[in-house]
Design a protein around this ligand. Structure first.
Ligand SMILES: [Zn+2]
Length: 287
């Protein structure tokens, strides 16, 4: 289903970009060029008089920068059969916490499991629709929090974004949705909002696909545990705080000074002197 949504998002890009991988960085960066060039040509000269007189209201959306997929630095295993057993770190409290993360990282779809791993960062997006781009795609004024390790997806505040909504909507509608970031796209369109009304332009903006995540409920957890015990491969990615290895959690390293009793303290760059580092960890669940 998600693939279908992405296809819809990029449907109008088909003529401009012939690349097979929709999100290939190099291929897509180049793909925007012919689209822009063609548009400029049409706007200045136009292949024929008829085209020149007709306003070009087509909408072309091409991938510009691929999304940065959530990526874990380290992996670990959580064994369900060890939960709350003496001598093991697996606890029911930890399972609840990890399931909660898992639920927010899955997108409900028509797959046999009922949901799939989100391929981009999920964010709560507040929006006000600015222009209808067709096929449930909208240009919107939006706001969302930063997401991912080191805020890979920067926060948006009163930022224009491209949204692919689940249900029909109209310009002026405002609301809140769970959106999956699908990268930056180049949008070639004719603006119909002031002060740009009638202007044909290309803008590059973050794109989000509206989606629903799994419900974080005891019933959901039950199904999750059953699926793992039946052999399903599931994992959750979380940001975990660890003591900084470089400085041993002190926030500084010592350097002996010749002829001095006291060592020189050098602020630890690894953890910005906090003594702690945040590491993205993928936890794989096993029966
Ligand atoms: Zn450190």
């Amino acid at each position: 289903m998600l693939k279908r949504l992405l296809l819809v998002l990029l449907a109008s890009a088909a003529s401009a970009s012939a690349q097979s991988t929709a999100f290939g960085t190099k291929a897509t960066a180049n793909a925007t060029v012919p689209a822009e060039t063609a548009a400029t040509a049409a706007a200045t000269k136009g292949p024929s008089k008829a085209v020149e007189e007709e306003a070009d209201d087509s909408v072309v959306i091409t991938p510009f920068r691929s999304l940065t997929p959530p990526e874990a630095k380290t992996t670990r295993t959580f064994q369900l059969s060890k939960v709350n057993k003496l001598g093991f770190t697996e606890t029911s409290k930890e399972l609840l916490r990890l399931y909660s993360a898992f639920a927010t990282q899955r997108i409900i779809d028509g797959s046999p499991a009922g949901s799939s791993k989100a391929t981009g960062y999920l964010a709560t997006v507040n929006y006000a629709l600015l222009q209808d781009l067709g096929d449930n795609r909208f240009l919107a004024k939006a706001a969302w929090p930063a997401s991912g390790p080191n805020e890979v997806l920067a926060a948006g505040a009163d930022t224009m974004a491209i949204l692919l909504l689940e249900k029909p909507a109209k310009v002026g509608d405002a609301g809140k949705l769970t959106g999956m970031h699908v990268g930056t796209v180049a949008l070639l369109f004719t603006a119909n909002y002031p002060p740009l009304t009638g202007k044909r332009l290309t803008i590059r903006r973050e794109a989000f696909v509206e989606c629903a995540t799994l419900e974080n409920s005891p019933a959901g957890l039950q199904k999750f545990v059953e699926a793992i015990n039946a052999g399903a491969e599931m994992s959750a990615t979380t940001d975990e705080q660890f003591s900084c290895k470089k400085c041993g959690g002190l926030g500084f390293t010592r350097e002996a000074q010749k002829g001095q009793l006291v060592d020189k303290r050098i602020p630890c760059a690894e953890c910005a002197s906090s003594g702690k580092v945040i590491v993205s960890v993928e936890t794989k669940f096993v029966p």
